[in-house]
Design a protein around this ligand. Structure first.
Ligand code: RAM
Length: 529
């Protein structure tokens, strides 16, 4: 794994060979979903006000009636912010006309888009993060011919848009009309399964989860419509689960599985994420856990659809991810420790990945065995044998009986992520598994969770060990916390104790409508919470 990794959280390969499976790619092309479009108008004009108690320190206040303000005209240095009421993904258009003398110079306009108030409050020039600033959503345009209708070619993900009039001329000003968005999604509202729920907070959380899912459902299940706007396996796994309980767009899941299976490397490993345009390209990033989640996603898909022809076709790809993972085990049947960015798990800087990755391998082996029972019985014995080896090694070497925790890497690290994945993998018996979860909640080890992605797995681990109350409580406090902090779609990152947290060096670049955060709708519906 080391020839394509380094110590920073990126991978860049020099020599990956991709083996394209055109038949699979064709299957994916045929399942391309139509995009549903709707026109959305801004709800109000707002001003952004500094408020130390608000998320990122900024809150919005409505300013007097949008209709009168839209009739106003603006000159050099003026600005205004429109609020579309909820998070939108789509294409902005507006009309602009000159007021005063004939326009004797172009209009210079700057537009800034924000999923959150902070993005239209703080200048992007403040950004110092390590991932590209080009994700920050802004546009500078020069309009030579006035009046005109402006249709922005780029798709934006936002609730707020700031108009800054950089310059007109001394002889004319401008006025705006018909500001609107063509919102796009491949989710079909008429297919949405309704939810009656007595608990109003769970109802709200369900609604916001669904909006998050819907705005990420485009030509693929995107991870985030602002950033990275692509198909990541870990996100797909959770989106697909939420989708089965809500929109039921199984074709879209199938399409995404075929896309991954269409471009493995020459050993058969599927990439951690894919670019879809200009043509299907796998990213040169391969993550241990994400590749295994291909197998898990196929298992979930088969459970949801009973689509045995897809299972039959994609099983070899799914099996190959398990084989490649098993090859990494040392002679003790343990994954070696590594500081490279070889497995994702979570965005915690100090997290040792050995234990959670070992657990994901076990979790996947158990599901692969069930798939083999359907399509490839010859593999069952081998998989069972390997499962036994890995489980035994895990208990002998990674379980610390005295501390009551699984310990990871040379420093015997105890992390939340490690315990949660071991619980989900059901390495201990049911009673010990439940005890481990409670022990985790009471001891609160220092290496905690940083993403809704891992908080999802925490809630699911509580549910499978029978702690429904604990699960509901956590769901309400964590996702409910985002609601209280102003979310109308759920965020990529949320640390209630450090609300400025970003693994990328700036909260300006965080995504605030993120696929892996949409799972409460799955948890509420599937487990009938
Ligand atoms: C980030 C995105 C994405 C996630 C990867 C590992 O780039 O948040 O959703 O899957 O990390």
């Amino acid at each position: 794994m080391s020839d394509r990794s380094d110590r920073s959280p990126i991978q860049q390969a020099t020599k990956t060979t991709i083996v394209r499976n055109e038949a699979f790619i064709q299957q994916a092309v045929q399942a391309l979903p139509p995009l549903n479009r709707s026109t959305v108008q801004p709800q109000r004009m707002v001003e952004i006000v500094h408020n130390p108690d608000a998320m990122h320190g900024w809150t919005t206040h409505p300013v007097p009636s949008i209709s009168t303000l839209l009739q106003q005209h603006y000159g050099k240095g003026d600005e205004f912010i429109l609020d579309f009421g909820t998070h939108q993904v789509g294409y902005l258009s507006f009309s602009v006309r000159p007021v005063g003398s004939p326009p004797d110079a172009p209009l210079h306009l700057k537009l800034t888009f924000g999923e959150m108030p902070v993005e239209v409050a703080e200048p992007f020039s403040n950004y110092t993060g390590w991932i590209s600033s080009s994700w920050l959503q802004e546009e500078t345009i020069y309009i030579d011919v006035l009046p005109g209708v402006i249709e922005l070619p780029r798709r934006y993900s936002f609730r707020y848009v700031k108009f800054e009039i950089k310059d007109t001329s001394m002889k004319y000003r401008v006025a705006f009309d018909n500001v609107q968005i063509q919102a796009v999604t491949s989710a079909d509202a008429s297919e949405l399964i309704p939810l009656e729920h007595a608990d109003s907070l769970l109802r709200d959380i369900d609604q916001v989860s669904i909006r998050t899912l819907r705005n990420c459902m485009q030509e693929v299940f995107e991870d985030g419509p602002k950033r990275d706007r692509r198909l990541w396996l870990g996100d797909l796994r959770l989106q697909a689960l939420a989708n089965y309980e809500t929109y039921g767009n199984n074709e879209l899941v199938k399409r995404c599985l075929y896309l991954f299976a269409g471009v493995p490397d020459d050993r058969g490993q599927v990439s951690a994420n894919l670019f879809i345009t200009p043509s299907l390209i796998p990213d040169d990033t391969y993550l241990f856990d994400y590749s295994l989640l291909f197998t898990v996603s196929l298992y979930d898909y088969y459970r949801a659809t009973q689509d045995s022809s897809t299972l039959q076709e994609l099983w070899p790809t799914a099996y190959c991810q398990v084989e490649l993972a098993l090859e990494l085990l040392n002679e003790q049947h343990l994954l070696p420790h590594s500081d490279d960015w070889w497995s994702f798990i979570d965005w915690h800087e100090q997290l040792d990945k050995q234990v959670p990755s070992q657990a994901i391998l076990i979790y996947t082996l158990k599901r692969a065995i069930q798939l083999a029972e359907q399509v490839d019985p010859d593999k069952i014995q081998f998989l069972n044998q390997r499962l036994e080896d890995v489980m035994t090694a895990t208990l002998v070497h990674l379980w610390d009986e005295k501390q009551g925790f699984f310990v990871s890497g040379p420093d015997r690290q105890i992390s939340w992520a490690g315990q949660i994945w071991m619980v989900l993998a059901e390495v201990l018996d049911a009673k010990q598994n439940a005890a481990l979860m409670q022990h985790l909640l009471s001891e609160k080890p220092e290496i905690g969770l940083t993403t809704p992605y891992m908080h999802h797995y925490l809630v699911e681990a509580l549910l499978i060990t029978g702690d429904r109350d604990g699960a509901v409580q956590h769901l309400k406090s964590y996702w409910g916390g985002m609601l209280r902090d102003g979310a109308d779609t759920f965020w990529e990152l949320y640390d209630p104790h450090n609300k400025a947290f970003s693994p990328y060096g700036s909260y300006l670049i965080n995504s605030y409508c993120h696929a892996w955060s949409c799972t409460p709708t799955y948890l509420i519906r599937k487990y009938k919470l």
